[in-house]
Design a protein around this ligand. Structure first.
Ligand code: SAM
Length: 231
């Protein structure tokens, strides 16, 4: 029976890949990637020479048909995203669901677990993590304020992803709507400038604000990838 592997890859540090992920990527007939240039870095590092095909959120239906065709021909495929676990705020979840629906008796869908920023951030945050809610990326407009009000009322720890362009705006909203919560910002996990900053929304906002004022290549901005935990 053909196999469709969902393979987690590093979220920064290239060493964070499992032996099983490497073996799997070496064994399949084709690797589906979000961005073939990004995935090439990891394939080159581990001497994996396999054909790649791009698959992302905007991929046309014909791409899905091509994937079905390959599986029906008995080919084994692996799906990776640019970083972390496919499907977690990344393309892939819909594809996995379609494969399970359409080829339910003919394909084995096999997860190859590994890094994900949400779990990595929670594990070293020091905040209560026995129960949590993952929100993915927050909406930019519609429903945003309501969501912050929900976060303020939440009994469980909340965790979400944020971009460097929006982190200050989000921290500002936390100051406004959730002043009594504790926030942990996990930045650049597994990379050289990894940083965990924990405090009240106000303290965290005051910490990151001056960084936004420092010029970087002519622009004022904050760098890095961010995962935010609110407890
Ligand atoms: N699939 C990935 C996973 O399993 O973590 C998430 C992909 S999502 C498109 C990218 C977002 O994840 C980033 O904008 C950031 O919020 C978070 N993220 C990814 N890598 C990170 C890192 N090294 N440190 C902190 N957050 C990270």
């Amino acid at each position: 029976m053909p196999k469709f592997y969902v393979v987690a890859t590093p979220i920064g540090n290239m060493g964070d890949i499992t032996l099983r992920a490497i073996e799997t990527l070496k064994s399949v007939d084709m690797i589906l990637c979000e961005d073939t240039r990004e995935t090439k870095k990891i394939l080159d590092k581990y001497n994996i020479n396999k054909p790649t095909m791009s698959y992302h959120a905007q991929s046309k239906l014909s791409k899905t048909d091509k994937i079905f065709e390959l599986l029906e021909e008995g080919k084994d495929l692996a799906l990776v995203s640019d970083a972390g676990t496919p499907g977690i705020s990344d393309p892939g979840a819909l594809l996995v669901s379609k494969i399970k629906e359409h080829l339910s008796h003919g394909v084995d869908v096999i997860p190859i677990p590994g890094p994900s920023a949400v779990i990595t951030a929670l594990s070293a945050s020091g905040l209560p993590i026995h129960e949590f809610t993952f929100l993915g990326f927050l909406p930019h407009k519609k429903g945003r304020e309501t969501l912050f009000k929900e976060i303020a009322q939440a009994k469980r720890t909340m965790v979400f992803y944020e971009s460097p362009h929006r982190i200050l705006k989000t921290l500002e909203s936390l100051v406004k709507f959730c002043p009594n919560k504790k926030v942990c910002v996990a930045r650049e996990l597994t990379k050289i400038y990894e940083e965990f900053k924990t405090g009240t929304p106000e303290e965290i906002f005051e910490y990151f604000k001056p960084k936004a004022d420092q010029p970087l290549a002519g622009n004022k901005k904050i760098r890095g990838e961010f995962t935010v935990i609110v407890a």
